[in-house]
Design a protein around this ligand. Structure first.
Ligand code: CUA
Length: 314
């Protein structure tokens, strides 16, 4: 499964810019190292004991030289900083139109679920030339999702969502590693990303859908959970109900009873299900019981998908 050649492939849109940054840093640092050590060795030889060259220290100072080299190194380091920052932004600002896929890390596997309900384990099928946004969480300990050929790596933490995005630039199979020591089988927590052409990806989606006969979208499953957990008893969808109306709230701002204004995003919904009293919407009482321990990470993703669907029609 591992790639035969030691050199990494450059298989995503950020890979070339990450590589460029790495090479420039290596050249600048390597050049400085060679210069310093080169001069050191040269002076060692030239001014060794018994050499005919004078070793008398001449007292001389040059303000211009002092200022010059301080300013030059400062400029070089600031330039590197700004460059690194721009690359960082490229890698971390999520594109608007990304295909969103959820990932749950657990000892010791990657569970992946697509928006249409297709599930995979240790495999991630994606189309080429499309931005992909992974929304990730862990069911147990800290893991880290790493695809070397894409140059992306992101820690996957229990109790919250982290995100990573990438756009594959060539068809093929690429290794996924867990890079956070997470227990006995950590080294075997590996998988692969399968990058397909647009048409192959469509076929795969259908095929994976057909394989699971009773394939339901996450939002459909979330809707069932919403009823079976009796969420609908309070969140009836009417503004005067015991619980806030959840229609049209996703991604929108709301005032809390503390006066604070927050955005009702995935993280907020997750927190409100597990720790309902953490943030109370203004005008409501802290009556909701916690669902901590009653819903799994998979359930949470389904519930979030359902609540989201009340705002964003598919
Ligand atoms: Cu998961 Cu190491």
């Amino acid at each position: 499964m591992a790639s035969e050649n030691l050199m990494l492939q450059s298989a995503s849109t950020v890979a070339p810019i990450v590589d460029q940054t790495m090479w420039v840093l290596l050249l600048v640092c390597g050049g400085t190292l060679l210069l310093v050590f080169g001069l050191m060795l040269f002076f060692c030889a030239r001014y060794r004991k018994g050499s005919p060259h004078s070793r008398v220290v001449k007292k001389q100072q040059s303000l211009a030289l002092e200022i010059g080299w301080t300013a030059a190194t400062l400029a070089i380091f600031l330039a590197l900083f700004v460059w690194g920052m721009l690359v960082y932004f490229d890698m971390h600002v999520q594109p608007e139109q990304a295909i969103k896929i959820s990932v749950i890390g657990k000892q010791w596997m990657w569970k992946i679920q697509h928006a249409g309900g297709q599930k995979e384990i240790n495999e991630l099928h994606i189309p080429i030339n499309k931005p992909i946004l992974l929304m990730m969480t862990s069911q147990d300990v800290i893991h880290s999702f790493f695809v070397p050929d894409f140059r992306v790596k992101q820690d996957v933490l229990p109790g919250r969502y982290t995100y990573v995005w990438f756009e594959a630039s060539q068809v093929g199979e690429y290794q996924i590693f867990c890079t956070q020591y997470c227990g006995t089988m950590h080294a075997q927590m590996i998988g692969r990303v399968v990058v397909l052409s647009e048409s192959d990806y469509e076929k795969w989606l259908e095929g994976a859908g057909a394989a699971e006969r009773a394939l339901e979208s996450p939002s459909k499953r979330g809707e069932k959970l919403f009823t079976s957990l009796a969420c609908s008893a309070c969140h009836t969808g009417v503004d005067q109900a015991i619980g806030p109306n959840l229609h049209g709230i996703y991604g929108k701002k709301v005032h809390l009873d503390t006066g604070e204004e927050i955005v009702r995003d995935d993280e907020y919904i997750r927190e409100s299900i597990l720790y309902p009293n953490a943030k109370i919407v203004r005008g409501y009482k802290p009556l909701m019981p916690t669902y901590l321990g009653r819903v799994s990470e998979d359930d949470l993703l389904d519930l979030i998908a359902y609540i989201k669907s009340l705002t964003i029609a598919k």
